[in-house]
Design a protein. Structure first.
Length: 332
């Protein structure tokens, strides 16, 4: 048998060029395919994540801007923020049409449609200590700011108010009294689908505000509040801020889709996860923060949805002890 030579005319195992090619091919075989976070909006498009893709493209296309943590927590007045950092046109109907969030909206509307004194969101509660819901305390704070409530004198002034023409950003400071948190619990984070609402908002709050109401100094012997219309809207921040010492996980992505890690993977948070012979890449907040530092692009923004108003019949009487409780709890 004659000698065997490689394509470069060298005996086997002696050709440096062939050896390099073999090594290069071996590295390619074990190197994960590249994935860049700038590809995520296109992945969302494939998954029918219309708003999610829109939000993220806005972030990538905007000059670098990091929201102050005070805006995220509500300590800074959103109305002081430059309008270029605020999105106010998110349709609330998008949430109503969501298979996951729509039922939550419907449930809250039904819960508030008719209230006579007792209600966990705005009204009395049957508890051993506090007799007023947190929403009731906040509503009384709003009335005091409007000059309709004098807690020390234990009085309401006669008044009739309508704020149905205000945008969400104004209602948030005028008559907002409670909120509904969505996707915030550990259980929700574990089982909620990775849908368009998740892509755009993650965990978020639906705010509740009184848009039409009357206050009575005396109605059947007691000061009273009658609410005939309530508004719902979303307030959220689109940012990649981390809590101190953390780097929030945003899922595992590839060019075809996204998955959640199982409990063990969530604890370990490996760089890659294999599913169905496909590799998914870990994506966290810091990937976006690094992109912003590197490119000078990536603008956080505040999100307010359009306002959804619905009729209600809410009657709340106030007694002397209610004013005492309010004075003890307000601002806390």
């Amino acid at each position: 048998m004659g000698n065997v030579y490689c394509q470069h005319g060298m005996p086997p195992l002696t050709c440096l060029t062939c050896a390099k090619n073999v090594a290069r091919n071996a590295v390619k075989a074990i190197t994960p395919p590249e994935f860049n976070i700038t590809e995520i909006p296109a992945v969302m498009d494939k998954l029918q994540g219309v708003q999610g893709a829109l939000f993220m493209r806005r972030w990538f296309d905007s000059p670098a801007y990091e929201l102050p943590m005070g805006l995220k927590t509500g300590k800074i007045d959103a109305r002081t923020l430059d309008k270029s950092h605020i999105k106010q046109d998110l349709p609330f109907s998008w949430l109503e049409n969501s298979k996951r969030v729509g039922p939550i909206v419907k449930s809250v509307v039904e819960e508030l449609s008719e209230v006579n004194q007792f209600n966990g969101r705005v009204g009395r509660v049957k508890q051993a200590l506090d007799q007023l819901s947190r929403g009731m305390i906040v509503l009384m704070e709003r009335l005091e700011a409007l000059g309709l409530l004098d807690a020390k004198k234990k009085q309401l002034r006669n008044g009739s108010m309508y704020f149905g023409d205000l945008p969400a950003i104004e209602l948030d400071y005028k008559t907002q009294f409670n909120r509904v948190d969505v996707g915030a619990t550990l259980w929700e984070k574990a089982v909620d689908p990775l849908d368009d609402v998740y892509f755009a908002l993650g965990s978020f709050s639906i705010k509740l505000a009184a848009t039409q109401f009357q206050t009575h100094s005396n109605l059947n012997g007691f000061p009273a509040i009658q609410i005939s219309e309530v508004a719902m809207y979303v307030r959220d921040t689109y940012d990649f801020l981390n809590e101190e010492g953390e780097d929030q996980l945003l899922g595992y992505w590839n060019k075809a889709g996204v998955i959640k890690p199982d409990p063990a993977e969530y604890l370990l948070q490996p760089k890659y996860i294999m599913r169905w012979f496909k590799m998914y890449h870990k994506v966290t907040n810091n990937h976006y923060n690094e992109h912003r530092r590197r490119t000078g692009k990536g603008g956080d923004f505040l999100v307010f949805s359009k306002v959804k108003r619905f009729p209600v019949s809410i009657l709340l009487h106030l007694g002397s002890l209610d004013f005492d409780e309010y004075l003890a709890r307000k601002g806390k």
